[in-house]
Design a protein around this ligand. Sequence first.
Ligand SMILES: Cc1ncc(COP(=O)(O)O)c(C=O)c1O
Length: 428
Amino acid sequence: MTHAGSAADQAGTEEQRPSAATPPSQLVTEASHAAALDAADSLGDFRQRFVVRDPRLVYLDGNSLGRLPRATVERLREVVDDEWGGQLVRGWDHWLDAPLRVADGLAPLIGAGPGEVVVADSTTVNFYKLAWAALGARTGRRAIVTDRDNFPTNRYVLEGLAEQRSAEIRWLDGDPIDGPQPADVAALLDANVALVTFSLVNYRSAALADLAAITALAHDAGALVLWDLSHAAGAVAVDLEGGDADLAVGCTYKYLNGGPGAPAFLYVRRALQAGLRNPIQGWFAQRDQFAMGHGFRAVGGIGAWLTGTPGILALAAVDEGAALTAEAGMDAVRAKSVALTEYAIALHDAWLAPLGFTLGTPREAARRGSHVAVRHRDARRLCARLIARGVIPDFREPDSIRLGLSPLTTSFGDVRTGIAALRELAAE
Ligand SMILES: Cc1ncc(COP(=O)(O)O)c(C=O)c1O
């Protein structure tokens, strides 16, 4: 299994990777080059497994909301008609363990084992649960280390926790493109740090942090580490177990194609499960739940991180989305992601840089996730005009257009059409 942050592993093998650097046609900007890359793409057929209502729409925002798998449409119809409609409350006989069952299917995609993941609640709620638990497990320590460029919900949760638990946040001011580096993290660590937490892939620049190195540094200082994998799951071959990660959360509605607002995943390394406590003592984590007894006694294992009644329709959608990525295989997914981002960067350099754009994403493939940020002083207006033309990326403050490249659904032709449209608009 691969280590997040390890260059050779994350880039995929040479055989697997359609390469933008060694073009089959002479010029990277030619349409024939995109066509050749698409023809050589071993994952190209996966696009047909998704609903594509408007084939002319160029969708470059799968890092916000992944496309709808066709299998999900069928599966939801079954769950609605047969299970909800037919079985009614009897469905709970097999729905009860859905959060653990769906999680065991997803676990290998993030390098976790069975019984180490649940799928439930939102990423924000899960992040709160695990950050709270980490502070509780390191009594006497009062500091949290994170970066100022972390995703807003994580920063807000930590600020609230710091207030509630009289903790101090040590903010890392990392490079806005390269993200938090191990040496910068080391400088903030000492015996007062309880929790270190970063996003594995930065939501704006796509910087990919070195999971194994940062985790090892935090462990040397006696702290626990909580990773947010929202922009990594389904795009980067994450290895939580191999990287000795303690805790992780992440969205399923991005590259895992679980649907809008789909429940998030939460990971706790098996060896830590007995020693950490979920701050929300809900009945779905209660031993002998339907005895309805007095006094909370948590079940053993990862089920202790459940809270209330899970959304069964949403879980079925996550199951289908994750199964598609599992079928494609994370090594092939990562290889395609690298090829897509390399191609987008090559087109940025050829077409956009002369028009005043700069690259907002690391150039080294092993240091980035699956989107490419291009920066321009007029980015907000250009992004709105692109969307009006049927090319859908998104804008992130202050000056980035994010081109989200989903390995299962984005074609090299999409990348070329989208960046050509941006070039045309910027040139006007
Ligand atoms: C890194 C990261 N964490 C968390 C979230 C969102 O969390 P939630 O699903 O709780 O809104 C996002 C959403 O884009 C994200 O990018």
